[in-house]
Design a protein around this ligand. Structure first.
Ligand SMILES: O=c1[nH]cnc2c(O)c(F)c(-c3ccc(F)cc3)c(-c3ccc(F)cc3)c12
Ligand SMILES: [Mg+2]
Length: 198
């Protein structure tokens, strides 16, 4: 019954609005107009609305119905990070899980939160002083397997001496340096590829 009621709401939307690339009230206004003038539907509506909350970041909605309040609430959320928009623009949003938290906090939660067993590849390109502690954390959390590849950027410039010393001296890694240049410059830099031998 619900799907039958909701179909005309979707139809009126696709006929009267375009897909919105930015958060916009146009979809909500169109649904409210349809439900006021054509067919009542059990949306929270524009009078009760969603005016009583400000700047939520993490939201649980129980009962989505046609998505009306989902749209109202989601338009209150902080703007989508540029990285997420670029990943979506490349059509890869279904393959990427973007985590906006400190690596040291999330590596121990990878298995429970995302069901990760082990990583085949870890690309280290964040804060240089986190390369070594995060590598040890990955080892301690059992997130590396025989053959896992660590690929580290900026090992020469700005440079990660402690990390380089570790992966090059540890019997647990087979390490190789690929000399190159700092992106778009003539300054020397390179990538260190380290295979975990377990
Ligand atoms: O921080 C980074 N993470 C990952 N990759 C980086 C990278 O590939 C870089 F080329 C640089 C870089 C190096 C030289 C420079 F002049 C400007 C930026 C940085 C970097 C270093 C120090 C900062 F204060 C800010 C940015 C990074
Ligand atoms: Mg880099």
């Amino acid at each position: 019954w619900h799907e039958i009621i909701m179909e005309p709401i979707l139809d009126t939307l696709t006929q009267s609005t375009r897909p919105q690339r930015r958060p916009s009230q146009r979809v909500i206004q169109a649904i409210d107009q349809f439900c006021r003038q054509k067919e009542w539907a059990m949306n929270v509506g524009d009078e009760k609305g969603m005016h009583h909350v400000v700047n939520p970041a993490t939201v649980l909605e129980l009962g989505t119905y046609c998505g009306y309040s989902t749209v109202r609430i989601a338009s209150l959320l902080p703007p989508t990070p540029i990285a997420r928009q670029i990943i979506a623009w490349a059509g890869l949003q279904d393959k990427v899980q973007l985590v906006e938290e400190a690596s040291g906090d999330w590596i121990p939660k990878m298995r429970t939160e995302f069901g990760v067993e082990t990583f085949d590849l870890v690309f280290l390109d964040h804060w240089k002083d986190r390369y070594l502690p995060d590598t040890k954390l990955l080892e301690d959390c059992g997130l590396l397997r025989k053959g896992s590849v660590l690929l580290a950027d900026n090992v020469i410039f700005p440079g990660t001496p402690e990390y380089l010393e570790y992966v090059r001296s540890s019997p647990q890694y087979e390490s190789q340096y690929f000399q190159s240049h700092l992106e778009y410059t003539k300054v020397e830099d390179g990538l260190e590829k380290s295979v975990y031998l377990d």
